[in-house]
Design a protein around this ligand. Structure first.
Ligand code: BG6
Length: 518
């Protein structure tokens, strides 16, 4: 069987792409490779130009040489066709820019008009700010004052997370952006929304008669979302120590996945309708108001020294740029409720942490058990049915069911049936950033976060953060390389549940039927 794994084939209109932070890590690892893949697949046409912008001086040749290296190191295609490479790289120019000085923006405007003429671009402008959020406001003002928003085409602003530190700071940032851009011109990236399997959640739910009729509190016992990472804070200690896991992963990626699982079917598969439904979920989240409530429902941890294999790992407080007495969490787990008709009473357990044993993102939907006093359940301890959506790094789904053990006298055997998508077509093909840049260039904001989503997510997170601020003592330590504080298990114990193993690490007695070759 062959799959077409290219992003949607409708090409965006021609545009100038302005890459602020062009000498940074994100550009090198993600953005340049994404642009090259799109070009190679004919998704950019020839009517585009990319202006790399950063303070550091660089010639166009040096910039193109960085581009070449980045593609060969990080792109899923190599720049091995000289003719194609020359055609592609001609579209890239570099300009050194002091983002606090409007004169530079005026020069950029002149350069833009030249590029419009050279490449037949109808004045469309896409500004990608791979910059610290404190610079979003100043850059936007200078784009306006430098005349860059006065051309005849559309203007779009693409920005990276974090969008603020809490609700008030996010509101302030949004007010600044709104002085220059309309909401529909702002594309806030949450790269999890660009992942294949996160987008696939909708299809799995709304295109299968197996699932949607059961997708409610009559049939689902609980939902578990795990986003575990093996890395520590690496060289990002300065940022992370002020942020922590709740803000870095909870406010965005985890709540976004939760909304995709919990939302009602949208009336149309249209960006605004989908985002309306997601907002309703965020508004239905039960807010924890008191310190007691937070203590009962949320666990936070920080990694201490530990060992993975023979490798000794430092504790978080020993990491570079981290306060040696830091009480920032590198792990949190929470029991969350979506207080609406569909989900009343169903716990959503979410957890994320750094320095855990495996890198994985998975959603486990646990169905309610069969009545315990009938038929096979009289003799056997029947395992519940599970639907597992594997988001990252392995991608696919599996369901766990009970079947008769062949040759036995009605003994029950758990069986997991898996569709391993990444085994078939490779990991995250196309890459999240490829899809998101292409969507932004086409004006499709479905997989970007709208302001009301961001603000409701902050409201939820701020309540927890406030309780933590007031009660510093709640931090639990876990050794690097472990699954986090034990208290996270107690969140589920109360209801008689447990965290399901992730990363395909199933119990021994389960038979696997899979296309992964295992
Ligand atoms: C980022 C966080 O948003 O997501 C990082 O800031 C985290 O701390 C990363 O490591 C995880 O993304 P992925 O795609 O590697 O799971």
């Amino acid at each position: 069987m062959t799959y077409n794994t290219t992003v949607d084939s409708i090409s965006p209109e021609g545009a100038v792409y302005y890459l602020f932070g062009a000498t940074g890590d994100l550009a090198r690892r993600k953005l340049f490779p994404a642009l090259f893949s799109l070009y190679k697949e004919g998704k950019l046409s020839e009517n585009f130009a990319v202006v790399g912008l950063a303070r550091r001086p660089r010639t166009n040749e040096q910039f193109r040489s960085d581009l070449y290296d980045s593609i060969n190191e990080f792109c899923r295609y190599k720049a091995d066709d000289a003719e194609l490479w020359n055609r592609f790289s001609e579209h890239f120019v570099y300009m050194s820019l002091d983002i606090n000085n409007v004169d530079g923006f005026r020069e950029l405007n002149v350069l833009s008009t030249e590029l419009d003429h050279k490449f037949g671009i109808p004045g469309n402008r896409l500004f990608y700010l791979a910059l610290a959020p404190s610079l979003f406001g100043p850059v936007s003002f200078n784009l306006r004052d430098g005349g860059l928003l006065e051309s005849t085409g559309w203007n779009r602003l693409v920005i990276e997370k974090p969008f603020g530190y809490d609700l008030p700071s996010a509101q302030k940032l949004n007010e600044q952006l709104n002085q220059v851009f309309k909401e529909e011109e702002i594309f806030r990236i949450d790269h999890y929304l660009g992942k294949e399997m996160v987008q696939n959640i909708q299809v799995i739910r709304f295109a299968n008669a197996f699932f949607e009729p059961l997708w409610n509190n009559n049939h689902i016992a609980n939902v578990q979302i795990t986003l575990s990472e093996t890395v520590g804070v690496e060289e990002r200690g300065g940022y992370y120590d002020k942020s922590g896991a709740l803000r870095d992963m909870g406010q965005n990626h985890m709540l976004q996945m939760l909304t995709m699982i919990a939302m009602e079917p949208p009336s149309r598969l249209h960006g605004e309708d989908i985002r309306d439904e997601k907002v309703k979920v965020l508004r239905s989240l039960r807010g924890y108001t008191s310190g007691d409530d937070v203590r009962k429902h949320v666990v936070r941890g920080q990694y201490s020294e530990g060992q993975v294999g023979s490798k000794e790992l430092p504790g978080y407080r020993q990491e570079d740029s981290v306060d040696p007495e830091s009480s920032t969490e590198t792990y949190f787990a929470a029991k969350v409720f979506v207080d609406n008709f569909r989900w009343a009473g169903v716990p959503f357990y979410i957890r994320t942490g750094k320095r855990m044993p495996v890198k994985t993102t998975e959603v486990v939907v646990e169905f309610k058990s069969m009545p315990q006093n009938v038929l096979f359940a009289q003799k056997h301890d029947l395992a519940p049915n599970l639907l597992v959506i594997r988001v990252n790094p392995m991608e696919g789904i599996y369901i766990k069911i009970n079947a008769k053990k062949p040759g036995s006298d009605n003994a029950v055997q758990p069986v997991s049936m898996e569709f391993c998508q990444s085994c078939q077509i490779g990991i995250n093909t196309p890459e999240a950033y490829e899809r998101l840049i292409h969507d932004a260039a086409r004006g499709d904001s479905t997989y970007f976060t709208r302001w009301d989503e961001v603000s409701h997510a902050w409201e939820f997170v701020d309540r927890i953060a406030q309780a933590w601020r007031e009660e510093k003592s709640d931090l639990a330590f876990y050794p690097a390389g472990s699954w986090g504080p034990e208290a996270a298990g107690r969140l589920l114990d109360e209801e008689g549940f447990h965290w399901w193993p992730v990363n395909g690490q199933e119990e021994d007695n389960v038979i696997w039927i899979t296309n992964s070759g295992k």
